[in-house]
Design a protein around this ligand. Structure first.
Ligand code: NDP
Length: 290
């Protein structure tokens, strides 16, 4: 069966993995990258090197974009805007929901259609089972290209709003980066106490493995606005985080991260939530957003 011709613009680690996955599955792949040498590997494996971004746009459908952010897309496609009419852009670059919506409108004004994607995988997870990508944008465009996109990862379509995939992606990243930094902070305190990361690994992994149980327990309560202090109380949590801050300081480690957490707990206390669960802090966050 003849596979669809696809274009990949942006050949960082992610775009290179995507070009390779399409080549592995027999697609004709056209590539373009600002720094041309990053296309060499894909070209050696059979990809076609486009001389310009406009040429890359015309060569394949869909046109997959894997750039640092949406600003890079304007830098690349702005000068090639005349070649956009009738094209399908699948923007797998990470950015905010607002930027994804603006870009979809920009593409529409130039006669192109955009699917937004949020890839939940590292480059090694591209083209192998077990990873997924959030997509949003026009349903018919997604349906037409689903099989091709599933060469990269499983596809999870969320709806027509081009911002949705970016939103779900950023929600994942909010959890990911704060959790990874908190782990890193624990490791810094451990190291200051002479404990190497490998030794702490099983303990931190056990803590991480307990998280889904907490999420499942608290999610329905949070949706119901039920912050009963029957299992945990904010006053207890505040004392506990204070101990974490002092353990870090005593070890000579920068305590800015747990101090920021402590500040949120204290705001909850000041608002009279001492007897509620720590989940009542969601109202502290909501209040700050207004
Ligand atoms: P990189 O930032 O390493 O690569 C980005 C690409 O964008 C390069 O091809 C680079 O070109 C190009 N680029 C950046 N700025 C410009 C510009 N102003 N004009 C033209 N080209 C530009 O990112 P990755 O490949 O790692 O990731 C790509 C996207 O995928 C990002 O949005 C990232 O957040 C997302 N992602 C990445 C993951 C990962 O683990 N790597 C995981 C999940 C999502 P040049 O080579 O010339 O510098």
């Amino acid at each position: 069966m003849t596979q669809q011709a696809v274009t990949v613009i942006g050949l960082g680690p992610m775009g290179r993995a995507m070009a390779n996955a399409f080549l592995d599955r027999g697609h004709r792949v056209t590539v373009w990258n600002r720094t041309p040498s990053r296309a060499d590997e894909a070209v050696a494996r059979g990809a076609v090197r486009a001389a310009t971004a406009a040429e890359a746009l015309r060569a394949g459908e869909p046109v997959v974009l894997s750039l640092t952010d949406y600003a890079a897309m304007y830098d690349v496609l702005g000068p090639a805007a005349d070649a956009l009419a009738g094209r399908v852009l699948v923007n797998l670059s990470s950015d905010t929901p607002g930027e994804a919506r603006k870009a979809a409108e920009w593409a529409r004004r130039h006669g192109a259609r955009q699917l937004t994607g949020g890839v939940q995988a590292s480059p090694s997870g591209i083209g192998v089972p077990g990873s997924a990508t959030f997509y949003s944008g026009p349903r018919e465009v997604f349906d037409a290209h689903r099989d091709t996109l599933e060469v990269l990862t499983a596809a999870d379509y969320l709806g027509a709003d081009p911002g949705l995939a970016a939103l779900y992606y950023q929600l994942q990243m909010d959890t990911f980066w704060t959790s990874m930094l908190s782990h890193l902070h624990s490791l810094a305190v451990a190291r200051a106490n002479g404990i190497p990361a490998r030794e702490l690994l099983p303990h931190l992994s056990a803590t991480a493995a307990s998280v889904p149980g907490f999420l499942e327990f608290y999610a329905p309560r949070i949706d119901a606005g039920d912050h009963a202090g029957d299992v945990d109380r904010l006053a207890m949590g505040t004392a506990s985080v204070d101990h974490v801050v002092h353990t870090a300081r005593d070890a000579g480690v920068d305590a800015a991260l747990p101090e920021a957490v402590l500040a949120v707990f204290r705001r909850g206390m000041e608002q009279g939530r001492a007897g509620d669960s720590f989940t009542s802090l969601i109202e502290v966050f909501a209040r700050d957003a207004r």
